[in-house]
Design a protein around this ligand. Structure first.
Ligand code: F6R
Length: 609
């Protein structure tokens, strides 16, 4: 949340900052601002709304080669120009991603220095604190500030008397840096570095990056210079662009077959049998042999992938698996030991609650494995083991390809684990793996039918409330369908375990209320059909999703709309069904005229708790 960027080099800084902010806009879009060193000192321009609004406000003459920029997701203080970053106090101009938890106490302590905040933000207090500690020595001021600041932060700071230099420091919130012929760049996400270089490094916590146009010097707080660990990006600019699609979300929905193939490819061991293999990931079979309990924790969509993982693992491994939303896991005093494996799931690898859950799991002595999309992210670095999903950059706020890539990772893990534990034979695993290998092709067949979903979405567009129902895997997928729909269409929606409806929620099913019923699982198919009849009897408009080859016959008029997925083992139906739910959400949002990629109040990469 909140995108930050700093540029120092040989190009027009304001233009580079605006381009970078547009790329980081998915992290927050309440307001935006930049500050640049110019001939007349530091100039600041801010604007409420999106980066495009800021761009319209920029003066034509603001010549500079060095500046910082911010796109905000409001935490402390409402959405206003005065609360927009950069914030300035005396010598200090800064931008911030994170939350300063002890801002109130710091503000009180600073009152008698004559520094009175004009905004309602925690960030301005940080600017005041650093200014109060600065007497020409930036490292000294930062060292002392770090001792006092509580919370999470990534700062880019300009000191008025150190022209064309940016200091960066972080704790919790992300910051990546790169050097190139055009200059030095720092940003919240490598997406904004791509135009300059494919080689970058993650600024370690509590280290300072001193950024000038020719170099980035990384130092410990005591001034000792250190060499950062360089990483490479394996995708190019086009991966982070719309490439002819109207929205990132639509593009990312279409990228899923490829994302799954990329996630599978390095883990396929071909021989007589097709087995998953994690040698390149450094995950040894001992990890599975030493585990008698699994705990999965994550937030939002990633947690829904975990719900699917749980069903799969319990079914095939026969060991207890729990799933807990990370923000609760942290405070639930979890019972873990060295035989527990905690799997954390995160697209960004930076979600604050998931990161905190991971740290707690490690503290409690559990082994940790992260399913992460962003290379070098905090969660990836801090876990004992990492299984990267290779979904490529996900820009739309609503997660799509990251979700199905996370499912792929769970299937791979489960199959290997089941093989190692002797629950499945080589032949059985191989058959499952062949099924998993074909998922991409099945998804492509569903994508070819997207016009059907487009047409159907017209029926959902006027809805005020909507329900998803399903059992077992279909219930886990219903939860994902529901979050997708509500976050981008603003239609109130709920996912219900179909058998649970009559324990209260059925009172909300009245004439015309849309119910999306997932019935892809043979073992609960007949029961699902009974639940569909129950809602239909109350006047619901039912969209039924089944799979080719469902053997139980159903009456023709059991539903208002019927979508049929290509035949596959029931285990793989969530992949194809996910595409239908994503497309329904996407087209409904488009028909409602909403900002599909950047829905209100939300942002990607939730780095605040
Ligand atoms: C919903 C969505 C969010 C994220 C959640 C976790 O479409 O994208 O629910 O899944 O914020 O984010 P990561 O996976 O980055 O930890």
């Amino acid at each position: 949340m909140c995108g930050i960027i700093g540029f120092c080099g040989y190009l027009d800084a304001k233009e580079e900052l605006v381009k970078g902010l547009a790329e980081l806009e998915y992290r927050g879009y309440d307001s935006a601002g930049i500050a640049c060193f110019t001939e007349s000192g530091i100039e600041i321009v801010k604007s409420v709304g999106k980066v495009a609004e800021l761009e319209n406000k920029l003066p034509p003459r603001m010549e500079s080669g060095c500046g910082i920029g911010h796109t905000r997701w409001a935490t402390h203080g409402g959405v206003s120009e005065v609360n927009a970053h950069p914030h300035q106090c005396g010598n200090v101009t800064l931008i911030h991603n994170g939350i300063i938890e002890n801002y109130h106490e710091l503000a009180k302590a600073l009152e008698n220095t004559g520094r009175i905040p004009v905004s309602r933000t925690d960030t301005e207090i940080a600017a005041m604190l650093i200014d109060s500690l600065y007497n020409g020595d930036a490292m000294e001021a930062l060292r002392r500030a770090v001792e006092r600041l509580k919370g999470a932060y990534a700062f880019c700071i300009m000191f008025a008397d150190q022209k064309d230099v940016i200091y960066c420091i972080r704790k919790g919130s992300p910051l990546v840096c790169c050097s190139s012929e055009e200059g030095s760049v720092v940003a919240s996400d490598m997406v904004a570095l791509l135009r300059y270089s494919k080689e970058y490094f993650v600024l370690p916590e509590y280290q300072v990056a001193k950024v000038t146009k020719n170099t980035i010097t990384v130092m410990e707080l005591d001034g000792t210079v250190v060499s950062p660990v360089m990483l490479s990006i394996h995708w190019d600019m086009s991966a982070a662009q719309k490439n002819g699609f109207k929205h990132y979300m639509l593009k990312e929905i279409h990228e899923q077959p490829e994302a799954i193939r990329r996630t599978l490819a390095p883990r396929l061991k071909k021989g007589k049998y097709l087995l998953p293999d994690f040698s390149e990931d450094g995950i040894q079979d001992e990890l599975f042999q030493d585990t008698n309990r699994i705990m999965i924790t994550a937030c939002g969509t990633a947690m829904h992938a975990g719900m699917m993982g749980r069903i799969l693992m319990e079914r095939l491994l026969r060991i207890p698996v729990n799933v807990e939303v990370a923000s609760e896991f942290r405070y639930a005093d979890p019972i873990l030991d060295e035989k527990s494996l905690v799997i954390v799931v995160s697209q960004s690898g930076e979600t604050a609650d998931t990161l905190a859950a991971l740290r707690l799991a490690r503290k409690r002595g559990a082994k940790t494995l992260a399913i992460v999309n962003v290379k070098g992210s905090s969660i990836a670095r801090e876990s004992d083991y990492v299984l990267y999903t290779h979904a490529g950059p996900e820009i739309a706020v609503a997660s799509t390809k990251a979700y199905t890539a996370q499912l792929t990772a769970f299937y791979l893990l489960t199959f290997r684990f089941a093989y190692v534990a002797g629950k499945l034979s080589e032949g059985q695993v191989s058959d499952y793996m062949k099924g998993l290998n074909e998922v991409g092709e099945l998804m492509e067949r569903v994508l070819e039918q997207k016009d059907k979903m487009k047409e159907l979405s017209k029926r959902l567009t006027p809805a005020q409330d909507l329900f998803f129902i399903g059992r077992s895997m279909d219930y886990a997928l219903s939860c994902e369908g529901s979050i997708k729909l509500k976050e981008i269409t603003y239609i109130h929606s709920e996912a219900y375990a179909a058998g649970e409806l009559k324990h209260g929620t059925l009172s909300l099913i009245t004439g015309g209320v849309p119910v999306i019923a997932l019935a892809t699982q043979e073992d609960v198919f007949a029961k699902m059909i009974s639940n569909v009849k129950e809602v239909r009897a109350r006047g619901a408009m039912v969209i039924l999703i089944t799979k080719e080859g469902n053997t139980t016959a159903i009456e023709k008029d059991i539903c208002d709309e019927h979508l049929i997925l290509p035949a596959s083992d029931d285990l793989f139906a969530p992949f194809t069904a996910a595409i239908i739910l994503q497309l329904l959400a996407y087209y409904t949002s488009s028909y409602r005229g909403l900002d599909v990629d950047q829905p209100r109040n939300l942002a990607k990469s939730v780095t605040v708790e």
